[in-house]
Write a protein that binds this ligand. Structure first.
Ligand code: AMP
Ligand code: MG
Length: 293
């Protein structure tokens, strides 16, 4: 299977004509269950390659990488992050989950809380939800804007357009500083969400994952689909693409995400730092010193 083709299919760099209904949540790129063993091997390869590249990313200490995950409840954000990053050195990765903003966070512009968590050079940062909630949940429930205590004159019908602009500019700025940005929208079907909710209710070990607000939010399904679509349309770019990843089959979601992460790391053309001749001489001397102990 051609991984490039696979990624191309789900990567959106120009959102203008993007339509969510052209993307099937149950799509597996024609990979039937008979190819599942091959897919499992491919996932394992992806995870291994990721670990190798992360090592060089850290050693070179020039580039950083931000991965953003957005999705409706039960689409598999947690599980995907867990699986895909399973082989990497935990010292090089930070995962941040963004919940309902705190009182202190609400006293600042909405990029404040996430800015503090941005990965540095040599690091991978993962946002489990992000500033994109500001054009998702807040857009579906505009009454949330009240909590943000913005001056009244600044809250106009242009607010979502303005937020798209600010997010695009922010991602432009971040990527121009050597921190790559890749965004994943895990695209789940309404039926599969129901199935997973019921599983969470039925299985005592999964009860903790269920929140009564999940069923409440499900009633806004169509509104969410609209704002996700609009988000991709307005914020997909070459420097910070969206991957719209089919999420009804967990094995397939993980396969796409792991290879997308490998792909962006490869594009950095990472190299271990070059050792100068003076440094090489120092290494040689250290070696002799240890040998002669
Ligand atoms: P979970 O990720 O399932 O633990 O839930 C976190 C909750 O926080 C979700 O319902 C999000 O919609 C909500 N949330 C995250 N960011 C924001 C935000 N900026 N404004 C309002 N709600 C948010
Ligand atoms: Mg939840």
């Amino acid at each position: 299977m051609k991984v490039d083709k696979l990624l191309q299919r789900y990567r959106i760099e120009h959102g203008k004509h993007f339509r969510l209904k052209d993307h099937g949540p149950a799509d597996t790129h024609g990979l039937g269950s008979e190819l599942k063993p091959q897919a499992t091997e491919l996932l394992a390869n992806g995870v291994k390659e990721l670990s190798r590249l992360q090592n060089i990313l850290a050693a070179q200490d020039r580039w950083g990488l931000l991965l953003i995950f957005q999705a409706i409840d039960a689409a598999g954000k947690d599980g995907t992050i867990n699986h895909v990053m399973s082989g990497v050195n935990p010292q090089g990765v930070d995962v941040w989950s963004f919940k309902v903003p705190s009182a202190e966070e609400l006293r600042h512009g909405y990029l404040w809380r996430t800015s503090k968590c941005m990965p540095g050079r040599g690091e991978i940062g993962i946002f489990n939800r992000s500033y994109y909630e500001e054009v998702l949940v807040v857009r579906v429930h505009p009454e949330e804007l009240e909590n943000e205590k913005l001056p009244k004159s600044l809250v106009t019908k242009h607010i979502w357009q303005e937020r798209f602009e600010d997010i695009n500019n922010y991602e432009r700025y971040v990527t121009r500083n050597g921190i790559a940005v890749v965004k994943f929208f895990l695209h789940l079907s309404k039926e599969e969400q129901k199935r997973r909710f019921l599983e969470r209710l039925d299985d005592p070990e999964k009860n903790w994952k269920f929140s009564s607000s999940d069923v409440k939010e499900r009633q806004f399904w169509d509104a969410y689909q609209e704002v996700y679509e609009d988000m991709v349309r307005h914020t997909a770019s070459e420097h910070a693409p969206w991957y719209v990843v089919p999420a009804d089959n967990k094995w397939f979601t993980r396969l796409v995400v792991s290879h997308a992460v490998v792909d962006v790391l490869k594009s950095m053309n990472l190299k271990y730092p070059k050792v100068s001749s003076a440094e090489r001489a120092a290494l040689k001397q250290a070696r002799q010193q240890l040998k002669s102990e």
